[in-house]
Write a protein of this length. Structure first.
Length: 261
């Protein structure tokens, strides 16, 4: 397994906690991975090991060990916070975004086109439109742990114990700890995705873009984004189920490697 290295960068919010993996394949271009709320950069550990190239990620502001944004999280705020990672690259970087991280990847590419080589977008959330009003309203609800009976044991059972046949214990435990790490602010970051209209930014993209739709609740939105992005390549992988970047890490790494090449 490729061991991660950790460091910090200054950004608009304060300090950005960065993860990096340096694999054996030095011919692959650098890849920056944008994580989904509420996880940190080590969400991509299994994927980075499978890719075996130079992979960078970071904890979104307010999650993991990164300082939080001032005010409600937005895709623009997350983008400004993550941009310093581009300065670590000696060449244009590829961006991979999963879930809410896909929205940040699109914004980074549109705002800094000369510093981005291309995009891989996996399971893109689309919450715009009147039909999604109820979903948008519920996304940012705090978990309210005090009102639940033994909530953390329930989450531990679902995220760790019930996955031991598919995900190694240490890895499942780390993902569980990241998931609950922000406490009652766990869902706050969904404010960014809930208030983001993906169509305009999708239509503005000029980079080579691979869109991957897995077997998830975000499939319809992902297919829509693939239609909006000019000349996007769409791949549907109904065989990849949750947790996608664990069970489908090898498949996603192969698709990413092939597209970047």
């Amino acid at each position: 397994m490729v061991a991660p290295r950790r460091s910090y960068l200054d950004n608009v919010a304060g300090l950005l906690h960065v993860w990096s993996w340096q694999g054996k394949d030095s011919a692959l271009p650098p890849l920056i991975c944008l994580p989904p709320v509420p996880y940190g950069g080590r969400f991509f550990q299994t994927f980075a090991t499978e890719l075996d190239g130079s992979v960078w990620s970071a904890d979104l502001p307010g999650y993991g060990s990164s300082d939080g944004l001032v005010g409600p999280p937005t895709v623009g705020g997350y983008t400004d916070a993550m941009v310093p990672m581009l300065s670590l690259m000696e060449q244009p970087a590829w961006l991979l975004g999963f879930h809410s991280g896909a929205l940040v990847a699109m914004e980074m590419a549109n705002q800094y086109p000369e510093r981005v080589a291309g995009l891989i977008l996996v399971d893109v959330p689309v919450f715009s439109g009147p039909e999604m009003a109820e979903v948008r309203a519920s996304l940012t609800n705090a978990p309210d742990y005090l009102s639940q009976h033994d909530p953390l044991n329930g989450l531990f059972q679902a995220m760790v114990v019930d996955r031991l046949d598919r995900v190694p214990y240490e890895r499942a435990l780390n993902l569980f700890l990241d998931f609950i790490g922000a406490g009652e602010a766990r869902n706050a970051g969904f404010h960014a995705a809930a208030n983001y209209d993906a169509r305009g930014p999708s239509e503005q993209l000029t980079h080579p873009t691979l869109v991957i739709a897995t077997n998830s609740s975000l499939r319809d939105g992902t297919l829509q984004v693939a239609e909006w992005i000019p000349n996007a390549m769409l791949v549907e992988r109904a065989d990849i189920t949750m947790p996608a970047f664990e069970l489908g890490a090898n498949t996603l790494a192969r698709a990413t490697r092939d597209f970047m090449s």
